[in-house]
Design a protein around this ligand. Structure first.
Ligand SMILES: NC(=O)C1=CN([C@@H]2O[C@H](COP(=O)(O)OP(=O)(O)OC[C@H]3O[C@@H](n4cnc5c(N)ncnc54)[C@H](OP(=O)(O)O)[C@@H]3O)[C@@H](O)[C@H]2O)C=CC1
Ligand SMILES: CC(C)(CO)C(=O)C(=O)O
Length: 311
């Protein structure tokens, strides 16, 4: 099985380090720049565990402009939502009709991009609570083991392809990953979306770590955001309750108390954030169902203002 990772950032380097011992020369990392590919080929990936232990893993990388044609059997797409449409031609070129293509982006919006691929029926969404922080172009720090779910998208009663199940088993049995196939992947996507709708914009606007949101001053906004998310989710046919989601957001704030959310990190680095695919997705779907979502809309606008200020 030839496996590739498109996007060698935080998530890409984490999964690259993890899969290298399992797939060796059959694993390819794809980068945006030639410089990063050269660095990875020269020095490999340096993985720093939670206890500070470091391992150097040799790897094979190329710039995504040089994606080999039709050779990849299983592709992990790990670029941000903001770069997805630009890499569609790379995905189309590197894969074949039996390829298994897994999209890892937070938020909603990748569905439209997936629909633009031609003759690629085996597409999946993934939701992961595994955390990673990139400390250099070839340095990755694991910030907590978590759980990963993968499900066919568009949703289908069809069984997943045997190749995907083989890959999941290899990761489970040989790398001890907590990873599973999930027929209800959209429920997981919405659960994670709700978490991101609260934590990401509030931490980015107020410049605080995830754990700070548990203090009373943020509770009013937190509740207003979640109420809108639940209304929209239910109208989309996703049966999520306010109480469950509120509990989930609290538990993620506790588990990741010391983390800077990805949106806060983007704002600090002067990068475009994924807000249009997180709170922006609630606003778009709200409009579709004629549900007002003023709180999420306000957050989208405030985050865009913040992005402008940081440019
Ligand atoms: N980090 C985490 O723990 C988690 C992240 N996610 C989601 O996963 C996705 C990726 O996140 P994360 O890894 O943190 O993001 P990063 O920004 O760290 O990584 C994205 C990578 O994609 C690369 N990229 C962009 N354009 C191209 C291209 N044309 N060809 C090849 N590579 C390209 C970027 O390259 P360059 O750096 O050179 O611009 C970057 O290395 C996001 O949607 C995020 O929401 C989900 C769960 C956890
Ligand atoms: C779960 C959370 C909020 C962890 O920081 C995250 O997914 C993010 O930062 O994007």
């Amino acid at each position: 099985m030839r496996v590739a990772i498109l996007g060698s950032g935080s998530l890409g380097l984490l999964w690259g380090a993890r899969m290298q011992p399992l797939f060796g020369e059959n694993l390819l990392l794809l980068t945006r720049t030639k410089d990063q590919a050269e660095l990875l080929n020269r020095e490999g990936i340096r993985f720093i565990g939670q206890g500070g232990e470091t391992e150097q893993r040799a790897c094979h990388a190329v710039c995504s402009d040089e994606m080999p044609e039709g050779k990849i059997d299983l592709l992990l797409v790990m670029v941000k939502q903001t770069h997805l449409s630009a890499v569609l031609p790379v995905i189309q070129k590197g894969t074949h009709p039996e390829s298994q293509i897994i999209f890892w982006q937070n938020g909603l919006g990748h569905q439209e991009n997936i629909a633009r691929l031609t003759d690629r029926p085996w597409t999946y969404l993934s939701v992961t609570t595994e955390g990673a922080l990139r400390e250099g172009d070839n340095v990755i720090r694991g910030t907590g083991r978590g759980e990963t779910s993968i499900g066919l998208y568009p949703p289908s009663e069809e069984k997943p392809h045997p190749l995907l199940l083989r890959w999941i088993n290899i990761l489970k049995e040989q790398a001890g990953c907590n990873i599973l196939y999930d027929r209800q992947i959209l429920h997981k996507i919405w659960g994670k979306l709700a978490v991101n709708c609260v934590i990401n914009p509030l931490t980015a606007l107020y410049g605080v770590k995830n754990g700070a949101l548990l203090s009373p001053e943020y509770q009013a906004e937190w509740k207003e955001i979640l109420h809108e998310v639940v209304l929209v989710a239910n109208r989309e046919g996703i049966p999520l309750s306010y109480a469950d989601l509120d509990e989930k957001v609290k538990s993620v704030c506790k588990q990741t108390a010391g983390n800077f959310s990805s949106m806060l990190q983007d704002v600090m680095r002067g990068n475009k954030t994924e807000v249009d695919f997180i709170n922006g997705a609630i606003v778009r779907l709200g409009r579709k169902h004629r549900i007002d979502t003023p709180v999420n809309l306000r957050l989208v606008n405030l985050i865009h203002e913040k992005e402008e200020q940081m440019l």
